[in-house]
Ligand binder design. Structure first.
Ligand code: PLP
Length: 354
């Protein structure tokens, strides 16, 4: 698996909400069955009010589609687009974007180079593409994008009638107030971008499975009018997916009401990243990411390929990473390390004591 699992337990308020929700299912008077296919309206309201509103973003619950995680959402969203669409992907890439499009039968795929020279944030496409996948904070490179960099993509998408699919799964790791957490912080983005969010890394829901997609009413494509894509998404969801677990959605509502508690878990991982990056840098390795992002993108010594870097770190420091070449050709020579793990393990690997 090229994703990274979390290790820290849930916030106590989330656990309480899950227990309460399970208890209610055991009583005749409070039992509930199928819910709204787009997701519990209270959860969609909380996503608008507690997640987006504080960032100055106005969205309506009707524009939110609750999913059982960003992974499934990635596969579901692409089904809205034609098979002859030209798709632009970052290289290196979180593989499911590519796999979802290949499985659907698309072959017109171009890659946007992410390398040391551009700080792993690609240039806008040089020609017309239909769908652009962007992921910031990025898995695997640990990069984040500035407002100006995202604005260039939004302007491109508006000019070329393209759609951006913006994966914001790691938004909670952004602590720098100048870095946007959502594509909708960029003017014009509601006209050209779908955002994918998740409770997995923000609140430790990797096993519970809960996420959302935003398909704004203002979003249009060449052949559609405002609201049509949101409606299409509603129809698609009712055919493909009958809603996330009602119990887990109660956990999501609780997570959005105790964001500070959840953020403490994120801060714990960010401290892991700081310790690991500092330790590896002291060993003479060049490391990218690890701030505003739980991933560290380690550059191997000159001439070493990703698998050689993998072997070296495994044999010399007992650290297991993912060879960067598995994420695309621009990943060659790099290794991705996840810091979503226990701090004692990071300290052990760096030979530090508590
Ligand atoms: N997007 C990215 C970039 C990821 O790294 C991951 C998981 O690691 C996902 C999506 C999937 O998240 P979820 O657990 O919500 O399915």
């Amino acid at each position: 698996m090229l994703n990274a699992d979390t290790t820290h337990p849930l916030a106590p308020k989330v656990v309480e909400a899950l227990v309460d929700a399970a208890t209610q299912l055991g009583h005749q008077s409070t039992y509930t069955g199928y819910g709204e296919l787009e997701g519990n309206v209270k959860l969609r309201e909380a996503i608008c009010k507690n997640y987006y509103k504080p960032r100055g973003i106005d969205l309506q619950p009707e524009e939110i589609f609750v999913s059982d995680g960003a992974h499934s959402a990635t596969f579901d969203i692409q089904a809205l687009f034609g098979l002859d669409n030209i798709i632009a992907l970052q290289d290196p890439i979180y593989p499911p974007y590519l796999e979802a499009n290949l499985l659907a039968g698309r072959s017109d795929i171009i890659y946007l180079e992410c390398n040391e020279q551009n700080n792993f944030v690609p240039e806008i496409p040089k020609s017309k593409v239909d769908v652009i996948y962007l992921c910031f904070p990025n898995n695997p490179t640990g990069a984040v994008a500035t407002k100006e960099q995202l604005k260039a993509f939004v302007d491109y998408a508006i000019n070329y009638d393209s759609i951006i699919i913006f994966d914001a799964v790691y938004s909670a790791f952004i602590t720098d107030p100048k870095i946007p957490k959502s594509i909708y912080e960029i003017e014009g983005a509601t006209e050209c971008a779908i955002e994918i969010g998740s409770f997995s890394k923000m609140a430790g829901f990797t096993g519970l499975r809960l996420g959302w997609s935003v398909v704004p009413a203002a979003l249009t494509l060449e052949s559609t009018v405002a609201g049509e894509l949101t409606q299409l998404c509603r129809i698609s969801q009712s055919i493909r997916f009958w809603g996330a677990s009602s119990l887990v959605q109660q956990g999501g509502i609780a997570a959005l009401s105790c964001q500070q508690e959840c953020q403490e878990i994120v801060n714990y991982y960010l401290e892991n990243a700081r310790i690991l990056k500092e330790g590896l840098s002291a060993l003479g390795l060049t490391c990218f990411g690890g701030t505003n992002n739980p991933y560290i993108w380690v550059k191997g010594p000159e001439g070493m390929n990703s698998w050689e870097v993998f072997n070296q770190l495994l044999c010399k420091a007992d650290i297991v990473g993912i060879p960067g070449s598995l994420f695309g050709s621009n990943g060659e020579g790099f290794l991705r390390l996840s810091t979503l793990c226990r701090q004692e393990d990071i300290k052990k690997a760096m030979n530090l004591s508590d």
